[in-house]
Design a protein around this ligand. Structure first.
Ligand code: OSB
Ligand code: MG
Length: 369
């Protein structure tokens, strides 16, 4: 396929309710939607789920826009490639960091490629599941009462596990209270890096609550303190922010920083990189699951495909579109039934982009040839 044009849409969408983590509150979500077209007119869609500020990672929507406009697009446009992996042989691998920008383009090319092959994206990447397990991530609330209500309503909706966001002062007590109501329900916590080893006593307490895992307790840059903590508690450590590549995962594995990985395709550079990391994790026996970054229906489609891979062993942070957005930019929107999301069988991402809805949320748009 010869890639002939790339289009970017910078979107801003309101969230149904504010989403709070240890690094801040998000009331709306920004992202970049990427559309790639090949010579024959077939297209592919991807998403850069970088938000307005550098809080989850250094990447922001404005910043990744610049990286795609000035570097990545110049490299991929005009290129004749056989498989999506081929784009990684050029300039794109020389760009340090900016995995989200790379991911948006990589994913659009995977969608395009699978359409040309007449396959679903899931099948094109080697997915095996026809439905994926769906969990839900529950943000920090202003009261315990409101947290318990949110937890109940999500359990009633059928989600297979809940994940509670924690931060210093919003940790042990909420875990204890939620566990009182749901002693055995699959549950874990996510600190987004808000702690360090000085909180060891807290982690020893949290260790008593039958949590499936503790996600990213320490800094996004750390592997060593995580490996120390992993030896001192029974609850498995799961890394999110710290795992920016397969190479980082190899290091984490070698020093025992984690026993589970939350794989976010956007964090590591897209689906090509997801497959590499996935295969490594299978080879050493690290179970993975697919995390999210409040993606729109387009990014969500890529998450669903990734979650259909055989190495995915835990419920994913892939919830229904309606959990975050009043109106999604794909048709049909993503729904969860009995805790599962159906993996689409149609070509490519398997959902249609609702272009007029997309345009209503678009702040700016750029076509590059
Ligand atoms: O750490 O997993 C995280 C959302 C934004 C930034 C970071 C995280 C999250 C989530 C929600 O937990 C994932 C989702 O439902 O898309
Ligand atoms: Mg996380």
């Amino acid at each position: 396929m010869q890639l002939r044009l790339l289009e970017m849409f910078h979107l801003k969408m309101d969230l149904v309710s504010p989403f709070e983590t240890s690094f801040g509150v998000e009331k709306e979500r920004e992202c970049i939607i990427v559309r790639i077209e090949e010579r024959g007119g077939e297209e592919g869609w991807g998403e850069v789920p970088a938000s307005s500020g550098p809080w989850y990672s250094h990447e922001t929507a404005k910043c990744e826009w610049h990286i795609i406009e000035d570097f990545i697009s110049k490299d991929v446009l005009g290129k004749e490639i056989e498989k999506p992996d081929d784009i990684w042989k050029g300039v794109i691998s020389r760009i340090r960091g900016h995995n989200m920008a790379k991911a948006g383009v990589d994913m659009a090319i995977w969608d395009l490629y699978s359409r040309l092959e007449g396959k679903s994206l899931s099948k094109a990447i080697g997915g095996e599941k026809d439905k994926i397990e769906s969990g839900v991530s529950i943000g920090i609330k202003d009261s315990l009462k409101s947290l318990l209500e949110t937890v109940r309503s999500n359990v009633e909706k059928g989600y297979k596990r809940i994940k509670l966001k924690i931060k210093p002062g919003w940790d042990l007590e909420i875990v204890r209270e939620v566990r009182k109501e749901l002693p055995d329900f699959p549950m874990h916590i996510d600190a987004n890096g808000a702690y360090d080893m000085s909180y060891l006593r807290l982690f020893r307490e949290l260790d008593k609550y039958n949590l499936m895992m503790i996600e990213q307790p320490f800094s996004f840059e750390d592997l060593v303190q995580h490996s120390e903590l992993a030896k001192l508690i029974r609850t498995p450590i799961c890394l999110d922010e710290s795992i920016t590549s397969k190479e980082r995962a190899v290091e984490a594995y070698r020093i025992g920083s984690c026993s589970i990985i939350n794989v976010k395709p956007a964090r590591i550079g897209g689906l090509t990189k997801t497959l590499e990391l996935h295969d490594f994790c299978i080879s050493v026996g690290i179970p993975i699951w697919i995390g999210g970054l409040l993606e729109t229906g387009i990014g969500r489609a890529h998450l669903v495909a990734a979650a259909s891979l055989p190495g995915v062993r835990y419920p994913n942070d892939i919830s229904a579109s309606s959990r975050y957005y009043k109106e999604d930019i794909v048709i049909p929107e993503w729904t969860v039934k009995d805790g599962f999301i159906q993996v689409p069988r149609g070509r490519g991402i398997g959902v249609e982009v609702a272009e007029d809805t997309l345009l209503r949320f678009t702040l700016r748009r750029l076509l590059i040839r």
